[in-house]
Design a protein around this ligand. Structure first.
Ligand SMILES: CC(C)(COP(=O)(O)OP(=O)(O)OC[C@H]1O[C@@H](n2cnc3c(N)ncnc32)[C@H](O)[C@@H]1OP(=O)(O)O)[C@@H](O)C(=O)NCCC(=O)NCCS
Length: 196
Protein backbone atom coordinates (compact mmCIF):
# COMPACT_ATOMS: atom_id res chain seq x y z
CA UNK A 1 0.00 0.00 0.00
CA UNK A 2 1.15 3.53 -0.73
CA UNK A 3 2.16 5.38 2.40
CA UNK A 4 1.89 9.12 2.73
CA UNK A 5 4.30 10.34 5.37
CA UNK A 6 6.44 13.27 6.43
CA UNK A 7 9.44 13.89 4.19
CA UNK A 8 12.74 13.33 6.03
CA UNK A 9 16.34 14.44 5.43
CA UNK A 10 17.21 10.95 4.14
CA UNK A 11 14.61 11.32 1.39
CA UNK A 12 16.76 14.08 -0.14
CA UNK A 13 19.15 11.31 -1.26
CA UNK A 14 16.35 9.20 -2.73
CA UNK A 15 14.02 11.53 -4.61
CA UNK A 16 15.96 12.15 -7.83
CA UNK A 17 13.62 9.83 -9.73
CA UNK A 18 10.85 12.32 -9.00
CA UNK A 19 12.86 15.49 -9.54
CA UNK A 20 14.33 14.61 -12.94
CA UNK A 21 11.24 15.87 -14.79
CA UNK A 22 12.09 19.25 -16.38
CA UNK A 23 8.71 20.63 -15.27
CA UNK A 24 9.51 19.95 -11.63
CA UNK A 25 10.64 23.25 -10.24
CA UNK A 26 14.09 22.66 -8.84
CA UNK A 27 16.26 25.39 -10.31
CA UNK A 28 14.34 27.59 -12.69
CA UNK A 29 12.05 29.62 -10.52
CA UNK A 30 13.19 33.11 -9.64
CA UNK A 31 13.27 33.75 -5.94
CA UNK A 32 11.15 36.59 -4.71
CA UNK A 33 13.61 39.41 -4.42
CA UNK A 34 13.70 43.06 -3.54
CA UNK A 35 12.61 45.40 -6.30
CA UNK A 36 15.43 46.23 -8.72
CA UNK A 37 17.79 43.42 -7.70
CA UNK A 38 17.84 40.69 -10.31
CA UNK A 39 20.43 38.00 -9.59
CA UNK A 40 21.21 35.94 -12.67
CA UNK A 41 21.65 32.20 -12.96
CA UNK A 42 21.64 31.27 -9.30
CA UNK A 43 19.97 27.88 -8.67
CA UNK A 44 17.40 28.18 -5.90
CA UNK A 45 16.65 24.59 -4.93
CA UNK A 46 19.86 23.20 -3.43
CA UNK A 47 19.97 20.97 -0.35
CA UNK A 48 19.85 24.03 1.99
CA UNK A 49 16.65 25.16 0.31
CA UNK A 50 14.91 21.86 1.06
CA UNK A 51 16.35 21.78 4.60
CA UNK A 52 14.92 25.23 5.21
CA UNK A 53 11.48 23.88 4.36
CA UNK A 54 12.01 20.82 6.56
CA UNK A 55 13.04 23.03 9.46
CA UNK A 56 10.31 25.65 9.15
CA UNK A 57 7.32 23.86 7.65
CA UNK A 58 7.84 20.09 8.21
CA UNK A 59 4.08 19.47 8.15
CA UNK A 60 3.96 20.88 4.61
CA UNK A 61 6.58 18.47 3.22
CA UNK A 62 4.91 15.14 2.41
CA UNK A 63 6.16 12.20 0.39
CA UNK A 64 4.36 9.18 -1.09
CA UNK A 65 6.26 5.91 -0.78
CA UNK A 66 5.52 2.71 -2.69
CA UNK A 67 5.36 -0.66 -0.88
CA UNK A 68 8.79 -1.50 -2.33
CA UNK A 69 10.29 1.64 -0.81
CA UNK A 70 10.50 3.71 -4.00
CA UNK A 71 9.51 7.34 -3.62
CA UNK A 72 6.52 8.11 -5.85
CA UNK A 73 5.92 11.83 -5.44
CA UNK A 74 6.10 14.68 -3.00
CA UNK A 75 4.66 18.05 -2.14
CA UNK A 76 6.55 20.84 -0.43
CA UNK A 77 4.96 24.04 0.79
CA UNK A 78 4.67 26.61 3.51
CA UNK A 79 2.35 29.00 5.32
CA UNK A 80 2.94 32.69 4.77
CA UNK A 81 1.36 36.13 4.45
CA UNK A 82 -0.24 38.73 6.67
CA UNK A 83 -3.24 37.74 8.77
CA UNK A 84 -4.24 41.41 9.21
CA UNK A 85 -4.49 41.86 5.44
CA UNK A 86 -6.30 38.53 5.08
CA UNK A 87 -3.40 37.17 3.03
CA UNK A 88 -2.33 34.39 5.40
CA UNK A 89 -2.27 31.30 3.18
CA UNK A 90 -0.79 27.95 2.28
CA UNK A 91 1.66 27.97 -0.61
CA UNK A 92 2.65 25.02 -2.82
CA UNK A 93 6.34 25.42 -3.59
CA UNK A 94 6.81 22.13 -5.45
CA UNK A 95 4.62 19.21 -6.44
CA UNK A 96 5.89 16.31 -8.51
CA UNK A 97 5.03 12.68 -9.17
CA UNK A 98 7.50 10.25 -10.79
CA UNK A 99 6.38 9.38 -14.36
CA UNK A 100 5.64 5.71 -13.57
CA UNK A 101 3.25 6.69 -10.77
CA UNK A 102 1.20 9.34 -12.58
CA UNK A 103 -2.56 9.28 -13.13
CA UNK A 104 -3.11 7.37 -9.89
CA UNK A 105 -4.55 10.37 -8.09
CA UNK A 106 -1.38 11.01 -6.07
CA UNK A 107 -1.01 14.70 -6.91
CA UNK A 108 -4.68 15.27 -6.11
CA UNK A 109 -4.23 13.52 -2.74
CA UNK A 110 -1.08 15.51 -1.88
CA UNK A 111 -2.88 18.75 -2.74
CA UNK A 112 -5.81 17.71 -0.57
CA UNK A 113 -3.45 17.13 2.37
CA UNK A 114 -1.81 20.53 1.92
CA UNK A 115 -5.22 22.18 1.77
CA UNK A 116 -6.29 20.41 4.98
CA UNK A 117 -3.18 21.65 6.79
CA UNK A 118 -3.78 25.18 5.50
CA UNK A 119 -7.40 25.02 6.70
CA UNK A 120 -6.22 23.98 10.18
CA UNK A 121 -3.76 26.86 10.24
CA UNK A 122 -6.56 29.29 9.44
CA UNK A 123 -5.38 30.20 5.94
CA UNK A 124 -7.60 32.26 3.66
CA UNK A 125 -6.47 30.44 0.50
CA UNK A 126 -3.89 28.15 -1.05
CA UNK A 127 -1.78 29.37 -3.94
CA UNK A 128 0.91 28.13 -6.32
CA UNK A 129 2.90 29.24 -9.34
CA UNK A 130 2.93 27.22 -12.54
CA UNK A 131 4.46 27.72 -15.96
CA UNK A 132 1.83 29.01 -18.38
CA UNK A 133 2.93 26.30 -20.86
CA UNK A 134 2.44 23.47 -18.35
CA UNK A 135 -1.05 22.67 -19.57
CA UNK A 136 -1.24 19.31 -17.77
CA UNK A 137 -0.62 20.97 -14.41
CA UNK A 138 -2.74 24.05 -15.14
CA UNK A 139 -5.68 21.83 -16.11
CA UNK A 140 -5.16 19.60 -13.11
CA UNK A 141 -5.21 22.57 -10.74
CA UNK A 142 -8.40 23.86 -12.42
CA UNK A 143 -9.88 20.40 -11.94
CA UNK A 144 -8.97 20.67 -8.25
CA UNK A 145 -10.77 24.00 -7.90
CA UNK A 146 -7.95 26.49 -8.53
CA UNK A 147 -8.28 29.54 -10.78
CA UNK A 148 -5.78 32.01 -12.21
CA UNK A 149 -5.44 34.95 -9.81
CA UNK A 150 -2.77 36.77 -11.81
CA UNK A 151 -0.01 36.32 -14.40
CA UNK A 152 3.54 36.97 -13.22
CA UNK A 153 5.67 38.08 -16.16
CA UNK A 154 9.06 36.34 -16.60
CA UNK A 155 8.72 34.60 -13.25
CA UNK A 156 10.86 31.69 -14.45
CA UNK A 157 14.40 32.00 -15.69
CA UNK A 158 16.59 29.75 -17.83
CA UNK A 159 19.77 28.14 -16.49
CA UNK A 160 21.74 31.15 -17.76
CA UNK A 161 19.56 33.41 -15.64
CA UNK A 162 17.79 35.02 -18.59
CA UNK A 163 14.00 35.41 -18.42
CA UNK A 164 12.34 32.24 -19.64
CA UNK A 165 8.61 32.10 -19.06
CA UNK A 166 5.62 33.69 -17.34
CA UNK A 167 3.81 32.03 -14.44
CA UNK A 168 0.20 31.79 -13.47
CA UNK A 169 -0.38 32.44 -9.79
CA UNK A 170 -3.34 30.12 -9.14
CA UNK A 171 -5.48 30.20 -6.00
CA UNK A 172 -8.22 28.30 -4.27
CA UNK A 173 -10.17 29.97 -1.47
CA UNK A 174 -10.42 28.15 1.87
CA UNK A 175 -13.42 28.23 4.20
CA UNK A 176 -12.07 31.23 6.17
CA UNK A 177 -12.44 33.37 3.05
CA UNK A 178 -16.21 33.26 3.14
CA UNK A 179 -16.66 35.86 0.40
CA UNK A 180 -13.90 34.37 -1.78
CA UNK A 181 -12.25 37.77 -2.01
CA UNK A 182 -8.78 36.23 -2.25
CA UNK A 183 -9.43 34.71 -5.65
CA UNK A 184 -10.83 37.74 -7.48
CA UNK A 185 -8.47 37.88 -10.48
CA UNK A 186 -6.17 40.86 -10.96
CA UNK A 187 -6.99 42.64 -14.24
CA UNK A 188 -3.33 43.13 -15.19
CA UNK A 189 -0.12 41.07 -15.03
CA UNK A 190 2.54 41.80 -12.42
CA UNK A 191 6.31 41.42 -12.33
CA UNK A 192 8.23 39.11 -9.93
CA UNK A 193 9.58 42.08 -7.97
CA UNK A 194 6.03 43.26 -7.33
CA UNK A 195 4.85 40.13 -5.53
CA UNK A 196 5.35 39.61 -1.83
C1 LIG B 1 1.23 17.43 -12.81
C2 LIG B 1 1.50 16.16 -11.99
C3 LIG B 1 1.97 16.58 -10.61
C4 LIG B 1 0.21 15.35 -11.89
O1 LIG B 1 0.43 14.25 -11.02
P1 LIG B 1 -0.53 12.95 -11.03
O2 LIG B 1 -0.30 12.23 -9.76
O3 LIG B 1 -0.35 12.22 -12.29
O4 LIG B 1 -1.98 13.63 -11.04
P2 LIG B 1 -3.34 12.92 -10.57
O5 LIG B 1 -3.30 11.48 -10.94
O6 LIG B 1 -3.59 13.26 -9.15
O7 LIG B 1 -4.37 13.65 -11.51
C5 LIG B 1 -5.43 14.43 -11.01
C6 LIG B 1 -6.23 14.94 -12.20
O8 LIG B 1 -5.44 15.87 -12.96
C7 LIG B 1 -5.68 15.66 -14.37
N1 LIG B 1 -4.45 15.15 -15.01
C8 LIG B 1 -3.29 14.81 -14.40
N2 LIG B 1 -2.37 14.42 -15.32
C9 LIG B 1 -2.97 14.51 -16.52
C10 LIG B 1 -2.54 14.26 -17.85
N3 LIG B 1 -1.29 13.82 -18.11
N4 LIG B 1 -3.40 14.47 -18.86
C11 LIG B 1 -4.66 14.91 -18.62
N5 LIG B 1 -5.14 15.15 -17.37
C12 LIG B 1 -4.29 14.98 -16.34
C13 LIG B 1 -6.79 14.64 -14.46
O9 LIG B 1 -8.02 15.35 -14.43
C14 LIG B 1 -6.60 13.86 -13.19
O10 LIG B 1 -7.76 13.21 -12.74
P3 LIG B 1 -8.19 11.80 -13.40
O11 LIG B 1 -6.94 10.95 -13.47
O12 LIG B 1 -9.23 11.30 -12.45
O13 LIG B 1 -8.70 12.13 -14.77
C15 LIG B 1 2.56 15.25 -12.69
O14 LIG B 1 2.22 15.11 -14.04
C16 LIG B 1 3.97 15.81 -12.60
O15 LIG B 1 4.67 15.55 -11.63
N6 LIG B 1 4.39 16.59 -13.61
C17 LIG B 1 5.74 17.17 -13.63
C18 LIG B 1 5.93 18.20 -12.55
C19 LIG B 1 4.88 19.29 -12.61
O16 LIG B 1 4.47 19.75 -13.67
N7 LIG B 1 4.47 19.75 -11.42
C20 LIG B 1 3.55 20.84 -11.27
C21 LIG B 1 4.31 22.10 -11.37
S1 LIG B 1 3.50 23.42 -10.53
Amino acid sequence: MTSLRAFTCDDLFRFNNINLDPLTETVSFRCRRPRGRRPRGAPQYGIPFYLQYLAHWPEYFIVAEAPGGELMGYIMGKAEGSVAREEWHGHVTALSVAPEFRRLGLAAKLMELLEEISEKKGGFFVDLFVRVSNQVAVNMYKQLGYSVYRTVLEYYSASNGEPDEDAYDMRKALSRDTEKKSIIPLPHPVRPEDIE
